[in-house]
Design a protein around this ligand. Structure first.
Ligand code: BES
Ligand code: ZN
Ligand code: ZN
Length: 525
């Protein structure tokens, strides 16, 4: 009888060596170089205490194919698999030399009201990501994935879980291409692949070093991604255009760097009419934030290559909307520049003038994101938008407040909030509503030399809220939301289906939000 090739601790728990029935003939590290496909199958935690594995329908079908050997081997290995834990079996079937079985948790997990997400979908994303990575570790180039009852979530888990920024290393992780096991849920699987690839695009742009993703390189990368769509127009606006637009706040940050600024403007026309009011996305695009003259500490400063995460997530969301052919119009705006100290840089106390004529006292040059956004938000009002949504890695205070659990959303519109919130329950990339009180507005408008200061007068207190109150000074639209994504910028191990690194959050929530808006019959304006 075949015995499992155990790699996840079952042998240790059994307290004896388990012979391997792997299809690979070689021993040692090369034994992992299996040919053929890998297979990832989910298994629910047992509802009764009988220890009997509850397979998914794909798991059941495979078990029948191998005459019940999978079930027999699993029960031989010990107690039922816990959520996200795996067992690997080799040599069960000639088409699948390696089969990873992974724990999915409770069978009927759905929306968890305490957690504000769909736990069933999260469990699938995690399980599939873990399973696919095990196949990657075995250097098997192809893996078929059990849809686990939700092929979109499974595809997201596979494509997000396998992603890693390898670009600049000579030794790269083997490429694994995930495929749906079976064909019944192909459409949902494809949708999941597109959503996840969207988030991976944002992760790529955020992770890449700042000397690779400069403002112009960022714009060209996005332009290249959108080239194939006939209903998309990309404008890469140079510094001269920014000057004619009188974006004095944005320019004041950009002038500290030798790298020229860019204003990226994307028009995706997926709506029934090209003149339907668009959704306008705005993203902070600081390709490197040194802090400027208010220089940041050097430790950890490299992470500020991801300070264009707002631009990366909104532009990637538009690329994804185009790939999904969503039936709405979306405009994307990304002011892109570096924040550097130099003889030309902003100095604390300088006063600059934004596009709407308001003067801003730059009390801290490290609060630069809001200067770019002030001008971009003024410009966003040119488009008769259904809604304006901006995303920005704006404040360290946002990270202090919520950590990486959720994006902070500051909005003047409960309609907009509801759409964002409902979208995030599905994607698992959560949002949490934050206040836009007059209380904070007073703290930025009480300013000695100008209409508004770029920091709150009580410095760090409520830092994410005073930043949002500052942005509000440049908004007249009645459906506006500011997403502070500083806390969700990177992942250590909090989101199990994302590897360590820049997270590309909340791209999928933005896409799901746009998809919902495209179906919203009320067309609130
Ligand atoms: N880009 C930073 C915010 C940030 C910090 C993003 C950590 C991601 C992780 C932003 O430009 C900044 O430096 N903000 C200052 C504002 C302060 C000077 C009022 C901050 O948060 O310290
Ligand atoms: Zn800064
Ligand atoms: Zn910044």
């Amino acid at each position: 009888m075949l015995l499992p090739c155990v790699r996840s601790g079952a042998a240790r728990r059994l307290g004896r060596a388990v012979p391997r029935a792997c299809s690979c003939s070689a021993q040692g590290p090369s034994a992992r170089r299996c040919s053929g496909k890998g297979l990832v199958l989910g298994v629910y935690s047992s509802e009764k205490d009988d220890g009997v594995a509850q397979f998914t329908s794909a798991g059941d079908a495979f078990d029948r194919l191998v005459s019940g050997k999978l079930r027999a081997l699993l029960s031989l290995c010990g107690p039922p698999l816990k959520k996200g834990k795996t067992r690997i079996f080799h040599g069960l079937h000639q088409d699948f030399p390696s089969v990873v079985v992974v724990g999915l948790g409770k069978k009927n997990a759905g929306i968890n009201e305490q957690e504000n997400w769909n736990e069933g979908k999260e469990n699938i994303r995690t399980a599939v990501a873990v399973g696919c990575r095990q196949i990657q570790d075995l250097e098997i180039p192809c893996v078929e994935v059990d849809p686990c009852g939700d092929a979109q979530a499974a595809a997201e888990g596979a494509v997000l879980g396998l992603h890693e920024y390898n670009e600049l290393k000579q030794k790269k992780k083997p490429v694994v291409s995930p495929q749906l096991h079976g064909s019944a849920e192909n459409q949902a699987w494809q949708k999941g692949v597109i959503y996840a690839e969207g988030q991976n695009l944002a992760r790529y742009l955020m992770e890449a070093p700042a000397n690779y993703i400069t403002p112009i390189k960022f714009a060209e990368h996005i332009e290249q991604k959108l080239r194939t769509f006939s209903n998309v127009k990309v404008h890469i606006r140079p510094e001269s255009w920014i000057t004619t637009q009188e974006m004095g706040a944005f320019l004041s940050v950009a002038k500290g760097s030798a790298e020229p600024p860019i204003f990226l403007e994307i028009h995706y026309l997926g709506g029934a009419n090209t003149n339907d009011s668009p959704l306008v996305f705005v993203g902070k695009g600081v390709t490197f934030d040194s802090g400027g003259i208010s220089l940041k500490p050097s430790s950890g400063m490299d992470a500020m290559r991801a300070d264009m995460g707002g631009a990366a997530t909104v532009c990637s969301a538009i690329v994804t909307a185009a790939a999904l052919n969503l039936p709405l119009n979306i405009i994307g705006l990304a002011p892109l520049c570096e924040n550097m100290p130099s003889g030309k840089a902003n100095k604390p106390g300088d006063v600059v003038r934004a596009k709407n004529g308001k003067t801003i006292q730059v009390d801290n040059t490290d609060a630069e994101g809001r200067l770019l956004l002030a001008d971009a938000l003024c410009y966003a009002h040119n488009f008769n938008a259904r809604a304006i949504v901006n995303a920005a890695t704006l404040t360290g205070a946002m990270d202090v407040a919520l950590g990486s659990a959720a994006t902070g959303v500051f909005t003047n519109s409960s309609w907009l909030w509801t759409h964002l919130y409902e979208a995030s329950i599905l994607t698992g990339d959560r949002v949490w509503r934050m206040p836009l009180f007059e209380h904070y507005t007073k703290q930025v408008t009480d300013c000695p030399l100008a209409d508004v200061s770029n920091i709150g007068k009580y410095s760090r207190a409520g830092g994410a809220c005073t930043a949002a109150a500052f942005l509000k000074e440049f908004v007249t639209a009645s459906h506006w939301a500011h997403l502070d994504i500083a806390g969700v910028m990177s992942n250590k191990d909090e989101v199990p289906y994302l590897r360590k690194g820049m997270a590309g959050r909340p791209t999928r929530t933005l896409v799901e939000f746009a998809a919902r808006l495209s179906q919203d019959s009320h067309n609130a304006k």
